[in-house]
Design a protein around this ligand. Structure first.
Ligand code: CAA
Length: 273
């Protein structure tokens, strides 16, 4: 569906039209069970704004139900250089203000804006989909966090992850801290964030930030191959298994075993009942 005027689940239309997204520097395409979100402002290294994040939220709300895999990628040499640096200037981003204007408007308002921005990232974890970040070049700050919001990261060998926020006096606030700690452990997450150093492909692979590293020219094909494997699995079993895996960390072994039994009984009923 090239003209992605998808319908929100509740029935109300959300504006994820090609034109509305293009204005923000995003593309959204749905092809059967696969949706692709492309950060499409390569001349600004796919820098992100509050408009990017609310558009991501709208895409999440209106995602067609048949979609099983969501690919998030960036056009050009870099996945994303993070937040648009104009936010740090007094002028800010036209129509979206600046950090100075946010500071003047009061803490509660800004917290609310952050919650809205986070909604653009959180839906990528839904059990009904598997999200894949295809990452090349720089993934800095909000770019790194967008990659972390996805279930899987397939990266080019020139990838450079960097959690730059602390170096700028900020914290990573776009839902990235929890997946980072869960993927690499607390000590490594502290090391990465509090030094704001670059994590290259070999380290990303070694510490569990990336599932696969490929040569830059092979990134698209590698993503397609992984999608084919994901789509070959029974859909309902995939959803139930992702639900189980996501809950595993917060449950005891006993609770997790009970949850497995409940999901399996439902599967057996659906398959053989
Ligand atoms: N915001 C706005 N514009 C950006 C940008 C950003 N984050 N990053 C790059 N650009 C622009 C540059 O200004 C330049 O524009 P012009 O051609 O008009 O001058 C263009 O993109 C190309 O940039 P470079 O020439 O620097 O490209 P490069 O490939 O040599 O370098 C880069 C790429 C290393 C990513 C470098 O551009 C860079 O360091 N960018 C800034 C990264 C950054 O500090 N981001 C903030 C992260 S913190 C965060 O994201 C906070 C949060 O979530 C709250």
């Amino acid at each position: 569906m090239a003209e992605a005027q998808a319908r929100q689940r509740g029935g109300k239309a959300k504006d994820v039209s090609v034109a509305a997204l293009a204005e923000i520097g995003l593309r959204f395409e749905v092809d059967g069970e696969i949706a692709t979100i492309t950060l499409d402002r390569p001349e600004k290294r796919n820098a992100q704004t509050f408009a990017t994040w609310s558009a991501l939220g709208r895409i999440g709300e209106s995602l067609p139900e048949q979609v099983r895999v969501v690919v998030v990628k960036g056009e050009g040499p870099s996945f994303s250089a993070g937040i648009d640096l104009r936010m740090f200037t007094p002028e800010g981003v036209p129509g979206q203000g600046s950090f100075s204007s946010a500071a003047r408007s009061g803490g509660a308002d800004f917290e609310q804006r952050i919650r809205q921005a986070q909604a653009g990232f959180l839906w990528l974890r839904r059990p009904e989909i598997v999200s894949i970040a295809a990452v090349q070049g720089h993934a800095i700050g909000a770019g790194f966090q967008l990659a972390l919001a996805c279930d899987l990261r397939i990266v080019a060998d020139d990838v450079k992850f960097c959690m730059k926020e602390p170096a700028l006096g900020l914290v990573p606030d776009l839902t990235g801290t929890k997946p980072l700690v869960e993927l690499v452990g607390l000590a490594k997450a502290i090391d990465i964030c509090l030094t704001a150093r670059i994590v290259h492909a070999d380290e990303a692979m070694r510490i569990g930030l990336a599932e696969l590293v490929v040569a830059g020219g092979d990134l698209e094909q590698a993503v397609q191959d992984r999608i084919a494997q994901l789509l070959a699995v029974n859909r309902d079993a995939a959803v139930a298994t992702k639900r189980l895996l996501q809950g595993a960390r917060s449950r005891t072994l006993e609770e997790q075993s009970v949850a497995e039994g409940i999901e399996q009984a439902a599967r057996i009923k659906a398959l053989f009942g």
